[in-house]
Design a protein around this ligand. Structure first.
Ligand SMILES: [Fe+2]
Length: 286
């Protein structure tokens, strides 16, 4: 059985969230939801998440899974809000513990902050299988952008997270803590060894001038046309390109707030005595 896929593009962070489901009235997974965050005022909003929730309700879907492809550095996850509104279990790759370890130190988090992934309802191992209603699904470890990146294969569709972008944009950066361009090359080749007609759904699009945002491609298209990693590009050539290019990229605007929230499975830090949650900015530490 092939899944139905509904995409939601967030122009503020160039993120694509998905609802993947078996049939109207059936079961669904939500992938990479977005909690809107205004860094100027420190305000969160749920406009993006509410759009997705409205679709799930219109279609009469039961949410089983709220999947994260990784601890995003460019947007806050709306996973806890989605779980409160719709149910479902929040899941991410098991290597999130490494990411939690690194950022617990970077942000000097409270001693009680756990680095065993306990904030999530489930941690995926590589190749672990699961179901979404009548759909067969599989979690695939695809490290490189971060050590904990996962892709989710559902029928003939794969949600690739931050590995590949659209063919004219290329691949994800590998210069965050724990990133590894060699690992990303191998992860992408693993995805591109799937059958040529496999549908690939991107986590982001950064369209070049003149092209509208897009997020769906195929293994065959990526192998033929991906500007960074089409067939014939060697691991050495890819790593050299990726490393040079990463050195020119600025940090994402929301990296500091995003990471602090996303390693808590999307929860804000514990409120202080006045009832307010605060996010930290490490000065001259990164
Ligand atoms: Fe990312």
């Amino acid at each position: 059985m092939q899944p139905q896929v509904q995409a939601f593009f967030d122009p503020a962070t160039w993120t694509v969230s998905y609802v993947v489901y078996d049939r109207p009235g059936g079961h669904a997974a939500v992938i990479d939801s977005v909690l809107d965050f205004d860094p100027k005022s420190g305000r969160t909003r749920t406009v993006s998440a509410d759009r997705l929730i409205a679709f799930v309700r219109e279609q009469g879907l039961t949410v089983q899974w709220i999947l994260e492809t990784h601890a995003h550095a460019d947007h806050l996850s709306a996973a806890p809000y989605i779980r409160r509104e719709l149910g479902g279990r929040i899941a991410i790759g098991a290597a999130i513990t490494k990411v939690q370890d690194v950022f617990k130190r970077v942000f000097h988090l409270e001693p009680q902050f756990r680095t065993d992934g306990a904030q999530f309802d489930h941690l995926w191992q590589d190749e672990e299988t699961f179901t979404i209603g009548e759909l067969q699904a599989r979690a695939l470890s695809v490290p490189g952008h971060t050590p904990a990146c996962m892709a989710y294969q559902v029928g003939d569709a794969v949600f690739v997270g931050d590995t590949l972008f659209m063919p004219d944009v290329g691949t994800a950066r590998c210069d965050f803590p724990g990133g590894d361009a060699h690992a990303l090359y191998r992860s992408v080749r693993k995805l591109l060894s799937l059958p040529p007609h496999t549908r690939l759904y991107m986590c982001h699009d950064y369209p070049p001038p003149g092209r509208a945002p897009a997020w769906e491609s195929t293994v065959a298209e990526q192998r033929a046309h991906n500007i960074h990693i089409h067939d014939g590009v060697s691991e050495e050539a890819f790593v050299e390109m990726r490393t040079k290019r990463d050195a020119t990229l600025e940090m994402p605007t929301l990296i500091l707030p995003s990471v602090q929230v996303n390693i808590r499975a999307g929860e804000l830090p514990p409120p202080e005595a006045n009832g307010v949650s605060y996010l930290k900015i490490p000065v001259n530490a990164l």
